[in-house]
Design a binder for this molecule. Structure first.
Ligand code: FAD
Ligand code: NDP
Length: 593
C-alpha cells in the first residue's frame, strides 16, 4: 500500500481547493486547462508533479483514486472532472459552472444523515444527536440469495461478532464438558449438541439488541429510516423502503458507514446452494457435514465452532491461513485445529457446486481442483459456507452523482481523517480505505468524527496498534506487527523476538495438549526494546490481549514487561517471564511454576 502521507497530500489538496489541477509544467494540455480557468476568472490551485520529489507517487495515488494516471487531473469541489478534454467538455456543457456554484446555505432537513446503521453509523449518529444536531440514520438490509435478512445494528450484532462469539462459546462449553469428567463431574457418556436450541437462543439475544438500538435512537432523537439510501446529489439522499415508499431529504453532511457483504466466487451453483456467514447464524437446520471455503477469520472461526459442536468440518484453503497475520501463529492455529478434528484441503479452489439431494440439510457435491493441477476432485457435504472475503457496499449508493472517489480494486473509500474527497461527505468503518475491519474501530472512528464535527474535540481516531483476536478454538490475540512485517520494517538486525510455549494449569488435570499454547513479543532494539508486536495463542486470548494493548499504547518496552509482576497461576503471566529469544534457539517449553 502506498504511504499514507501521499494519500493525505492528494486528498488534502482536493478537499481544500475548490478547483484543483494536478499538472506538469511541461504538459501542453495542462497549460490549456489552466489557460481556460484564467480566461473564465476561475481561481485554481495547481500542483506541478514534475517539480516534486514524490510527483510519481502522487500520480500513482491519483490513478488508484480516480482511475486516471495522465495529467492534467482536475477536481472541482472534490468531484473528479478528468483530463483536458473532459474539462473543456464540462465547460462547454455548463457542468463546470454548476459544480462551482456554492451549496445552498440553508434548507437542509438534517445536519447529518448517516447511511448505514451498523457499528460505526449508530455510534456516529448517537454522538452527533447528543451534541444537539438534527440527525437521521438510514439502515436497510438487502436479503441474501437464500433470503436471509435481519434487523438494526449492522454486521457485528446480527451476522458477525455477537452470534459468532456465542457459537464459539457453545463449542468451548463442549470442550469443558469433556474436561469436566477429570474434574469429578459425572456427566452422561453421550452428550450431544442441539443446533436449534443454540440458534434460537442466539437469535433471541440478537432480537433484544435490535430492539435496544431502536430505543436508543428514539431516546436520542435520531430519526431512523428503514430504507435503502442512495445519493441523488452530494447533499440529497433518496431512500426506498421495503414497500417501495420513496423519501427524499437534504443534509448538510453525509456519513457513509455501509459496511461490507460476503463475496461469492464466479462458479456455477454457488448462489443457489452455498451459504455465507450472513445465513449461518440463523440457519433453520443443523448445517451437518460442512465445507468452509476461505482461510481467513470468518472461515476458520466458523469451522472451529462447528467442529466443536461435533460436526464433520473441512476448510478449503487456497494458499495460506490468515493472510496478513503472523504466519507462525497462523500455522499453529491450523495445526491445533487439525489435531482437534477439523479437516483441511490445502491449495484447492472450488469449481462448481451441485445438489445431489434436497433436504434440510441438503446433500451437495462440491467440485474443486488443486491450484497447481487441472484435475477435478469432489467432496460431498451438507453445507458449503463461502468465506472468501467481503465486498465494500459502495457500488450501488449513487456515489457517481457526488464525485466521491473509490479505490477501483476494492471499492473502499479513501479518506483523510474520515473525510472523503468531497468535503461534506465522510466515511468510516469497513468501507474506509486503510482502516481495520473491526467493530470497535468503526465505533471509535464514528464517535470521534461526530465530536470533531459538532463538539470542541480535535481528537483523531488512532489506527495504530489496534488489537484483534481470532476466535478459533484456541484463540489468537495480536497487537501490532507480525514477525514478517517487523523484519521488513525495522530490519532483521533490529528486532528481537522473545517467546515461550505454555500449558494452562486447567489443561493439566484435563490431560489436554502439553504445549499447544504459545506467546511471543517482538521488540525493536533500535528503540529501547519497545514492544512492537504481541501475539498469544491460548484460551481467553481476547481477554488477555486487551490489557496488553493499553500497555503498548503507553509505549511499553521489554523492560516494562520484565519488571511487571505476573498473576499466578494464569496464562498471561508468561509475558512477564519471557527471557528466551528466538535467535538463541533455546528450549522454550515452560514447565512447572
Ligand atoms: P456494518 O456493521 O456492516 O453496518 C453497515 C450497515 O449499513 C448494514 O446494516 C447495512 O445493511 C447497511 N447499509 C448498507 N448499504 C446501505 C444503504 N445504501 N442504505 C441503508 N443501509 C445500508 N469485528 C470485531 O471487532 N470482532 C469480531 O469478533 C468480529 N467478528 C466478525 C465475524 C463475522 C462473521 C463478520 C462477517 C465480521 C466480524 N467482525 C468482527 C467485523 C465487524 O462486524 C465489522 O468490522 C463491523 O460490523 C463494521 O461496522 P460498519 O459500521 O463499518 O458496517
Ligand atoms: P478475508 O478477506 O480476510 O480473507 C479471505 C479468504 O478467502 C482468504 O483466505 C483468501 O485466500 C480466500 N479466498 C479469496 N478468494 C478465494 C477464492 N476465489 N477461492 C478460494 N479462496 C479464496 O475475509 P474474511 O471474510 O475472513 O474477513 C473479512 C474481515 O472481517 C477481516 O479482515 C476482519 O477484519 C473481519 N473479521 C473480524 C473478526 C474478528 O475480529 N474476530 C472475525 C471475522 C471477520 P488467499 O489468502 O489465498 O487470498
Amino acid at each position: 500500500m502506498p504511504p499514507v502521507s501521499v494519500r493525505e497530500t492528494v486528498l488534502n489538496n482536493i478537499q481544500s481547493n475548490d478547483v484543483m489541477v494536478f499538472s506538469k509544467t511541461t504538459c501542453p494540455f495542462c497549460n490549456q486547462v489552466k489557460e481556460l480557468f484564467k480566461q473564465e476568472g476561475i481561481v485554481y490551485k495547481s500542483l506541478e508533479l514534475d517539480k516534486l520529489d514524490n510527483g510519481l507517487q502522487i500520480q500513482d495515488m491519483l490513478f488508484e483514486m480516480s482511475g486516471q494516471k495522465t495529467v492534467p487531473n482536475v477536481f472541482i469541489r472534490g468531484s473528479h472532472v478528468g483530463g483536458c478534454d473532459s474539462t473543456i467538455q464540462a465547460h462547454t456543457d455548463g457542468r463546470l459552472r454548476q459544480l462551482l456554484s456554492p451549496p445552498p446555505a440553508e434548507g437542509y432537513d438534517y445536519d447529518l444523515v448517516v447511511i448505514g446503521g451498523g457499528s460505526g453509523g449508530l455510534a456516529a449518529s448517537k454522538e452527533a444527536a447528543k451534541l444537539g444536531k438534527r440527525v437521521a440514520v438510514c439502515d436497510f438490509v438487502k436479503a441474501t440469495p437464500k433470503g436471509t435478512t435481519w434487523g438494526l445494528g449492522g454486521t457485528c450484532v446480527n451476522v458477525g461478532c455477537i452470534p459468532k462469539k456465542l457459537m464459539h462459546q457453545a463449542a468451548l462449553l463442549g470442550e469443558a464438558l469433556k474436561d469436566s469428567k477429570n474434574y469429578g463431574w459425572e456427566t452422561p457418556e453421550k452428550v450431544q449438541h442441539n443446533w436449534d436450541t443454540l440458534k434460537n437462543a442466539v437469535q433471541d439475544h440478537i432480537g433484544s439488541l435490535n430492539w435496544n438500538y431502536r430505543v436508543q435512537l428514539r431516546d436520542k432523537s435520531v430519526t431512523y429510516i428503514n430504507g435503502y439510501a442512495e445519493f441523488t446529489d452530494r447533499h440529497t439522499i433518496k431512500t426506498v423502503n421495503k414497500r417501495n415508499k420513496v423519501q427524499t431529504f437534504k443534509a448538510e453532511k453525509i456519513l457513509l458507514a455501509t459496511g461490507m457483504r460476503p463475496r461469492y466466487p464466479d462458479i456455477p451453483g454457488v448462489k443457489e446452494f452455498a451459504i455465507t456467514s450472513d445465513d449461518l447464524f440463523s440457519l433453520s437446520y443443523c448445517p451437518g457435514k460442512t465445507l468452509t471455503i476461505g482461510a481467513s477469520y470468518v472461515s476458520l472461526e466458523c469451522a472451529g465452532f462447528l467442529t466443536g459442536m461435533g460436526l464433520d468440518v473441512t476448510v478449503m484453503v487456497r494458499s495460506i491461513l490468515l493472510r496478513g497475520f503472523d504466519q507462525q501463529m497462523a500455522d499453529m492455529i491450523g495445526t491445533y485445529m487439525e489435531k482437534h478434528g477439523t479437516h483441511f484441503l490445502r491449495k484447492c479452489v472450488p469449481t462448481r457446486i451441485e445438489q445431489i439431494e434436497e433436504g434440510t440439510p441438503p446433500l451437495l457435491r462440491v467440485y474443486y481442483k488443486k491450484t497447481d493441477d487441472p484435475q477435478e476432485f469432489s467432496i460431498d457435504v451438507n453445507t458449503v459456507l463461502m468465506a472468501i472475503g467481503r465486498d465494500a457496499c459502495t457500488s450501488e449508493i449513487g456515489l457517481e452523482k457526488t464525485g466521491v472517489l473509490t479505490n477501483p480494486k476494492n471499492g473502499k473509500i479513501p479518506v483523510v481523517n474520515e473525510q472523503t474527497n468531497v468535503p461534506n461527505i465522510y466515511a468510516i468503518g469497513d468501507i474506509m480505505e486503510g482502516g481495520h475491519e473491526l467493530t470497535p474501530v468503526a465505533i471509535e472512528a464514528g464517535k470521534l468524527l461526530s465530536r470533531r464535527l459538532y463538539g470542541d474535540s480535535s481528537r483523531q481516531c488512532d489506527y495504530i496498534n489496534v488489537p484483534t483476536t481470532v476466535f478459533t478454538p484456541l484463540e489468537y490475540g495480536a497487537i501490532g506487527y507480525s514477525e514478517e512485517d517487523a523484519t521488513d520494517t525495522f530490519g532483521e538486525d533490529n528486532i528481537e523476538v522473545y517467546h515461550a510455549y505454555f500449558q494452562p494449569l486447567e489443561y493439566t488435570v484435563a490431560h489436554r495438549d502439553e504445549a499447544g499454547c504459545y506467546g511471543k513479543i517482538i521488540c525493536n532494539k533500535a528503540d529501547g526494546d519497545r514492544v512492537v508486536g504481541f501475539h498469544i495463542l491460548g484460551p481467553n486470548a481476547g481477554e488477555i490481549t486487551q490489557g496488553y494493548a493499553v500497555a503498548m499504547k503507553c509505549g511499553a518496552t521489554k523492560e516494562h514487561f520484565d519488571t511487571t509482576i505476573g498473576i499466578h497461576p494464569t496464562c498471561s503471566e508468561v509475558f512477564t517471564t519471557m527471557d528466551v529469544t528466538k535467535a538463541s534457539g533455546l528450549d522454550v517449553t515452560t514447565t512447572g511454576c
